[in-house]
Design a protein around this ligand. Structure first.
Ligand code: DP6
Length: 349
């Protein structure tokens, strides 16, 4: 027999960034972060997990290619879910798996991203969240989303925020064992559904410095990170939560852009410096800043993760349509910039 479960998980984009760990193995961050989860129809991971007595080892395929599961991150997630596995009885198909059987049974995992892996579009976030969710369903682990988020966190920090829709906060926690470092939903996807997210894919090439290596170097060398984590982010998180609750787009945009810019400043303050944005990214920032200053109130927020692609959040559908027009005018896909395509997140949260 074979038992399978398929899950689909969207990616999330941080508006207050996570950058820097206080514990690398458990993946515990140096500050809280806040993100918005995209609509699953756009950027998402689909994962099928299967168990069968015929499998002699745990195996995984990512976008059709087999990858090694030996890394600590996968092992941590598998171990944590197995420890919570419960009895499964599927009468229809005559399958009964006792709680203890899960320690001996092996799983096969097939995962697909519908967007470029490791191009700074948070593929690991959707990937680990989906893996943990699918495994929990397969093994009948009855944990709530926050408890599952603490497991997904051990796969990739940002993954913990993809267990929920809407706006999500990853609480850094205080405990050394990480038990209180988990995600909570601030508001669901219906709360602020005027917002439209557009992702300008500046480059779909794999980023040069992975988030993991980059943040390790930052923690070791950047003084600005310490100031950011202790002084700036705690206040910003409070203001951001307030802006989200009140649908205050002007504050939301100001905080989002400032936080993205400080994150990239911290990358520059790292030794050796990390450059995630390129000329096109900088031109997009100037374009949005100019537009926002020419209006009574900001129309668009921008944020960039560990790569050059721009995530643009428009205050409503009308602004999003104008934004897309401007992007296509200033950055035509055939121009000499390396912007190759746009992934349009139409009504994305
Ligand atoms: C810039 O979650 O990919 O996207 O925990 O080492 O797997 P690891 O890092 P990852 O880092 C994401 C960094 C970011 C900001 C964010 O999503 O908050």
């Amino acid at each position: 027999w074979i038992r399978t479960v398929t899950a689909q998980t969207p990616t999330n984009i941080a508006v207050i960034k996570y950058w820097g760990k206080r514990d690398e193995n458990l993946i515990l961050p140096v500050n809280d972060s806040i993100s918005v989860t995209l609509d699953p129809a756009h950027l998402c991971t689909t994962t099928t997990v299967a168990v069968s007595p015929g499998f002699d080892q745990d195996r995984m395929w990512l976008n059709g290619k087999e990858i090694s599961l030996s890394g600590g991150r996968y092992q941590n997630c598998l171990r944590e879910i197995r420890a919570r596995a419960a009895e499964v009885e599927d009468k229809e198909r005559g399958i009964k798996i006792a709680k203890d059987d899960w320690q001996k049974l092996h799983v096969h995992i097939a995962s697909y991203n519908n967007f470029p892996t490791a191009a700074g579009l948070a593929s690991s976030a959707a990937g680990f969240a989906c893996l943990v969710f699918a495994l929990a369903k397969l093994m009948n682990a009855k944990e709530d989303h926050s408890q599952l988020s603490a497991i997904a966190r051990q796969g990739s920090g940002s993954a913990c925020r993809s267990l929920y829709g809407g706006f999500v906060k990853w609480i850094m926690g205080k405990e050394e064992n990480g038990s209180d470092s988990l995600a909570v939903q601030l508001v669901d996807e219906k709360h602020w559904d005027d917002l439209v997210i557009i992702i300008a894919v500046v480059s779909s090439r794999q980023k040069e410095t992975s988030s993991t290596t980059g943040m390790r170097d930052t923690v070791e060398t950047s003084l600005l990170l310490q100031h950011r984590a202790k002084e700036v982010v705690p206040k910003r998180v409070v203001k951001m939560e307030d802006a989200i609750q009140k649908h205050d787009f002007a504050s939301f945009a100001q905080l989002t852009c400032a936080d993205s810019n400080q994150f990239h400043a911290v990358c520059l303050d790292t030794c050796p410096p990390i450059f995630y944005m390129n000329d096109t990214s900088h031109r997009i920032i100037s374009c949005v800043e100019k537009w926002n200053r020419s209006e009574e109130t900001p129309q668009v927020a921008y944020t960039f993760d560990a790569g050059p692609n721009a995530v643009l959040i428009a205050r409503n559908r009308k602004t999003a349509a104008l934004l897309l027009q401007r992007l296509l005018y200033f950055f035509p896909p055939s121009s000499d910039t390396d912007m190759s395509s746009y992934v349009l997140g139409d009504k994305s949260i």
